[in-house]
Write a protein that binds this ligand. Structure first.
Ligand SMILES: CCCCCCC/C=C/C(=O)SCCNC(=O)CCNC(=O)[C@H](O)C(C)(C)COP(=O)(O)OP(=O)(O)OC[C@H]1O[C@@H](n2cnc3c(N)ncnc32)[C@H](O)[C@@H]1OP(=O)(O)O
Length: 281
């Protein structure tokens, strides 16, 4: 067991509380009874993933792993947006070095979350396009609130989702549905997402979603943690290894792609059409 004594659990809780004070963009709390951690993304206003938020998520996941977390609930402080995905303003006319770091940190986040030894649930309490969907897909279970959208809309912005993310989508909703969804860049409403298996349960309130998430995590209470994590690694390891082998090459091609004028033009159009905040000319 991860926490054999109440003292261990108390130490872990204090550790996490102390840690959380250092992270303004991700707040981590631990339920002392269950030992489950809740990581709440809180970058105003839509948790768009810039380098700072990605770095903090990556660091949080590392700490949770180190402290033998018993289960993680990932959610948002906003009641409208789980995460709006990559910060589109940072992708526009970018500094190549920063983009390189951003992409490499995004890969790290995926490797740590998708490959975590502890069980994970996303409480999707708001919209989750692109990178927001990626965070949810990396978890083992998704509970979503009604009247929001989720999906991988990269094609609409002018690029293809990377292979590891395509695999995540395929593993979750099946090849045929993934092909339809990815080529059209479809964003699904909550009920549609439930129907195709992109989310596992729907809840009417965040409280209900947290209850459902905890119920999922509690399913593993009697399963030896090492057996659970070995099985998860056996199921997910090949996808992770494929990215690890190709990590640097993918960063290089991503930087080339994003800095290319054709992508910059289509990104500019997407921002002008879809976001309230406009580009400074
Ligand atoms: C070559 C390989 C590359 C592979 C990369 C694959 C991985 C991931 C890629 C991505 O994540 S790309 C990002 C895609 N994201 C989107 O398409 C989301 C766009 N945003 C929206 O659709 C909506 O904003 C929303 C999230 C549905 C929320 O709608 P709502 O009506 O509630 O809010 P808004 O008024 O639209 O937005 C509020 C505020 O937030 C700003 N904003 C929204 N999204 C982003 C974003 N992604 N990046 C930066 N900023 C964003 C928006 O401009 C508003 O700003 P203010 O007007 O308040 O200043």
């Amino acid at each position: 067991m991860a926490f054999r004594t109440a003292r261990n659990l108390a130490y872990f809780s204090n550790y996490i509380r102390n840690y959380s004070t250092n992270g303004p963009l991700v707040n981590v709390t631990v339920n002392e009874k269950s030992g489950f951690a809740t990581a709440t993304l809180q970058r105003p206003s839509v948790n768009s993933l810039n380098l700072e938020l990605l770095t903090e998520i990556s660091h949080t996941l590392q700490q949770l792993e180190k402290n033998k977390c018993r289960g993680l609930i990932l959610t948002s402080a906003s009641n409208k947006v789980f995460s709006a995905g990559l910060d589109l303003f940072e992708l526009h006319k970018p500094n190549a070095d920063k983009i390189k770091q951003m992409w490499s940190t995004l890969q790290e986040v995926w490797i740590k979350l998708y490959g975590s030894s502890y069980p994970t649930v996303a409480v999707v309490n708001g919209h989750a396009p692109a990178g927001g969907c990626m965070l949810a897909l990396s978890c083992e279970y998704r509970v979503m609130l009604n009247n929001f959208i989720i999906g991988l809309n990269e094609a609409q912005i002018g690029f293809s989702a990377p292979m590891w993310l395509i695999d995540g989508m395929r593993n979750t909703i099946g090849s045929r549905q993934a092909e339809f969804a990815l080529t059209a860049g479809t964003l699904f409403k909550t009920e549609e997402a439930l129907k195709i298996g992109l989310v596992d349960e729907v809840a009417q309130s965040k409280e209900e979603a947290i209850e459902k998430a905890e119920k999922f995590l509690n399913k593993f209470a009697k399963i030896p943690p090492h057996a659970r994590s070995m099985t998860k690694a056996a199921l997910r390891g090949a996808n992770i290894q494929a990215l690890v082998r190709n990590k640097d090459e993918e960063v290089r091609s991503y930087v080339d792609f994003v800095t290319d004028s054709q992508f910059q033009d289509s990104l500019g159009e997407f921002i002008e059409l879809n976001l309230k905040q406009k580009l400074s000319k």
